[in-house]
Design a protein around this ligand. Structure first.
Ligand code: GLN
Length: 463
């Protein structure tokens, strides 16, 4: 887009106006519930005009100057609501600004709105938002048949649905266990989770900190330099296909897309090897992820007591502990409460689950690292199942099914490795998108992006 702005074939103001039209269509006409907050339009118009001016004088701030970008509702935005889609923070205005928002604004990006999500990032379908689920915009892109109402995935479902619908041109999400990659897969977009430590986490209202894009605000440890220069051709690339991820629960179309992706890449010159034996901790990875996630949720969410942050039930007839309990019972949603209870249990004195989970994580990291010594990248699907269908009255959201669907994404999260989901179409008979993940070594983000470009060209553009 910046090339188009620089060559004057369009302007930031035109791009912004286009997004405004798309937002009206998505939120008013189709009720997709993508956004939780939209800033005043006059502010955005002023920013777009300033950016247009910069392009006119060739003083643009960065390649994202003037591009309308949305941000997930758990990323603190100074003096704006930052609800994390929770009643607990419904009327909260952030006194701080996340580093990521700072960087975007300093680069001239136009922050067009905050996107809906599962409350505090807990979920895979955006059905756990206190403000109602978001709807996947993809079926609304074609006007030929009445659109189905399916989930955009989660927890960054509003972000992916917005990008697919072009109500923003890119979106910033957070990914602790797959929350950027899964929605990207379901909405036919690309979703990238950098190496742990690659992006500052400062200012995100996350329930879990283990594998979100993370960096302590005061002492940022630098990422190691990219250990291997980006490869530029498929013929020099060795791709490992971890057969242990081939599970009976996988939807046949997803398995088919995986097999077909691997064989297309092999036919195009990449060395593709299926390996079965080395990732033995995969079967325990989901349990380890949820034990750690719940433990961190119970600890990280303790600060929401109604006093320092957010909503509060004031009651002078009860003592402080009761007021605290009443506040949390009323303003946290059911999944959040479930995880806090689970976290309290695994962290209790008698509990051994937490240390066992950390051990599994270490073992998994060693296994992944060993596999990535043999192969440049790993290729696997982004999900086990297709998105849930909200029109199917018999289909209730099953939280266990939701957790099982995270099998494909939690591995890279537990290891802190960079991973990207790129969209490959499903079978012609199917009406949902399938995502393929490319996973690389820690710090090898450039290569993962480079390979994703090559693979995208082969699997998507060439078809
Ligand atoms: N589905 C995962 C969970 O509910 C992913 C969460 C995330 O990445 N924020 O924990």
């Amino acid at each position: 887009m910046s090339t188009a702005f620089a060559s004057k074939s369009t302007t930031p103001t035109a791009a912004l106006n286009y997004c405004f039209e798309r937002i009206t269509l998505s939120e008013t006409t189709h009720s997709l519930n993508t956004f939780t907050y939209l800033p005043p339009t006059n502010e955005l118009r002023d920013q777009a005009a300033a950016s247009s001016e910069r392009y006119a004088t060739n003083t643009q701030l960065s390649p994202i100057d003037g591009i309308p970008i949305s941000v997930k509702a758990n990323i603190s935005w100074l003096n704006r609501p930052t609800s994390a889609s929770s009643k607990m923070l419904e009327h909260y205005s952030s006194p701080i600004q996340a580093d990521v928002i700072d960087r975007l604004t300093k680069s001239g990006a136009i922050l067009i709105g905050q996107t809906n999500m599962d409350e505090f990032g807990m979920g895979s379908f955006t059905t756990n938002s206190a403000f109602g689920p978001s709807i996947n915009s993809v079926p609304f892109l074609s006007s030929s048949t009445p659109p189905k109402h399916i989930s955009p995935g989660g927890s960054s479902g509003g972000s992916a649905s917005s990008v697919a619908f072009r109500s923003s041109f890119a979106s910033i999400g957070t990914d602790t266990g797959g929350s950027v990659r899964l929605p990207a897969a379901y909405c036919g977009c690309t979703g990238f989770k950098p190496s742990y430590g690659g992006i500052p986490r400062h200012g995100t209202q996350s329930s879990s900190t283990m594998c979100s894009e993370a960096r302590a605000p005061t002492t940022p440890p630098p990422l190691p330099p990219s250990p291997s220069p980006p490869k530029t051709s498929l013929s020099s690339l060795s791709i490992g296909v971890p057969g242990s991820y081939s599970v009976s629960e996988s939807h046949p179309s997803i398995t088919k897309s995986w097999v077909s992706a691997a064989s297309t890449l092999s036919d195009s010159g990449a060395t593709v090897t299926i390996f079965d034996d080395s990732l033995t901790s995969i079967q325990d990875s989901l349990a380890a992820y949820y034990v750690i996630a719940c433990a961190e949720a119970s600890s990280n969410l303790a600060k929401y007591d109604g006093v320092k942050f957010g909503s509060r039930i004031r009651d002078t007839d009860v003592n402080y502990s009761e007021e605290y309990a009443n506040t949390r019972s009323k303003f946290f949603g059911s999944e959040v409460k479930r995880r806090i209870e689970c976290g309290d249990t695994v962290l209790s004195k008698e509990g051994t689950h937490y240390s066992a989970a950390l051990q599994i994580r270490n073992q998994l990291r060693d296994e992944y690292a060993a596999a990535l010594l043999k192969y440049d990248v790993l290729l696997l699907p982004t999900s086990v199942s297709p998105p849930i269908d909200f029109d199917d009255a018999n289909k209730n959201v099953d939280q266990n099914e939701m957790m099982a669907n995270d099998l494909m994404t939690v591995g890279a999260s537990l290891c802190g490795f960079p991973a990207i989901s790129i969209p490959v179409s499903a079978d012609p008979g199917e009406d949902f998108w399938v995502g393929m993940q490319i996973i690389g070594k820690h710090g090898d983000d450039d290569r993962v992006l480079d390979v994703a470009n090559l693979v995208y060209e082969k699997l998507v553009v060439d078809r």
